[in-house]
Design a protein. Structure first.
Length: 242
C-alpha cells in the first residue's frame, strides 16, 4: 500500500478525499490535469482529473484524454508501482517519493520515477519509467479507463464474501432475522449487516468480481467500509465501472 505524502493539497477543491496525483498527472499534450469533482443531487461526490486546456476553454489543445475518473487512474498507477516494488520492500512508501510525473493517453499511461524512486524499483531503474497499456471502454454514462486486455486475477476472498452475502440474503428472505443469521454463522450482527449489502451489487459488478476483472481498488475491505448505493448506475460510477 502506498501513501500520498501530501494529504492537505488534495482538498484544494473542497474534496474530502486526497487527490494522490495532484500536480503529477498530465495529458499527452503536456497539459496538467487538475483535481475536480461533481456532486449529484443525492449529495454523492465523484472525483475527476480534468485537463487544464479544457478548464481554460482551449479544448483543441487538450490531449486524447480530457477527463478521467480519479479513483480509476489512482488505482491503476498505485497497482503498477506496487507490483514493480520488490516483495521484501519494507514499510509504506510514499507515492510522491517514487513518482515524478504521470502522463495519460488514450492507449497507455506512462509513469516517470523520481531519482530517489529508481533504486527502489530495480526492474525499471534503467528506463526510469513504467508503461501501462490501457483502453477507454464505453459504458453507461461515459467512458472508463481500464487496463488493456488485463489478465484476470480473481480475488478469492472477494468471491467468497460475495457468495456468503448472497446466502445471507437468501436466508433473510426466507424469514431469518439478522440476529439469527449472526448466531448461525458465528459472527456479530453488525458484520452480517455490512456483509449482506454485497448481495445487492449490480449484476455487471458481480460478473466482474467472478471473472477477476473488477477495478483494482474494489476489495472486500473497500466494499465493507463504503456506502453501497441502491441504484445500480450509481454503484457503477462509485466503484469505478464508468
Amino acid at each position: 500500500m502506498l501513501t500520498n505524502g501530501r494529504q492537505g493539497q488534495a482538498r484544494a477543491n473542497g474534496s474530502a478525499e486526497p487527490s494522490a496525483l495532484s500536480g503529477l498527472l498530465y495529458d499527452d499534450r503536456g497539459n496538467r490535469m487538475s483535481p475536480s469533482h461533481v456532486r449529484k443531487a443525492t449529495g454523492r461526490r465523484y472525483r475527476y482529473y480534468v485537463s487544464q486546456a479544457l478548464l481554460q476553454g482551449r479544448p483543441e489543445s487538450a490531449g486524447t484524454v480530457r477527463r478521467v475518473s480519479a479513483h480509476a487512474i489512482e488505482a491503476l498507477v498505485e497497482r503498477a508501482v506496487v507490483d514493480a516494488l520488490p516483495k521484501d520492500q519494507p514499510g509504506h512508501a510514499s507515492l510522491r517519493r517514487l513518482v515524478k510525473k504521470v502522463t495519460i493517453a488514450a492507449d497507455h499511461i506512462e509513469i516517470v520515477l523520481t531519482e530517489s524512486g529508481r533504486p527502489l524499483l530495480p526492474e525499471v531503474a534503467a528506463t526510469g519509467s513504467l508503461r501501462i497499456a490501457t483502453a477507454m471502454k464505453a459504458g453507461r454514462g461515459g467512458r472508463r479507463l481500464v487496463p488493456s486486455a488485463p489478465a484476470a486475477r480473481v480475488d478469492k476472498s472477494l468471491v467468497k464474501a460475495l457468495a456468503w452475502a448472497r446466502d445471507l440474503r437468501r436466508r433473510l428472505e426466507h424469514g431469518k432475522s439478522l440476529n439469527e443469521l449472526a448466531r448461525e454463522d458465528s459472527c456479530s450482527r453488525p458484520y452480517v449487516s455490512s456483509l449482506i449489502r454485497l448481495a445487492y451489487l449490480a449484476p455487471e459488478i458481480t460478473r466482474a468480481i467472478a471473472n477477476g476483472t473488477q477495478p483494482a481498488q474494489l476489495t472486500v475491505a473497500d466494499l465493507m467500509s463504503r456506502d453501497i448505493p441502491l441504484d445500480w448506475a450509481e454503484q457503477r460510477r462509485s466503484f469505478g465501472f464508468l
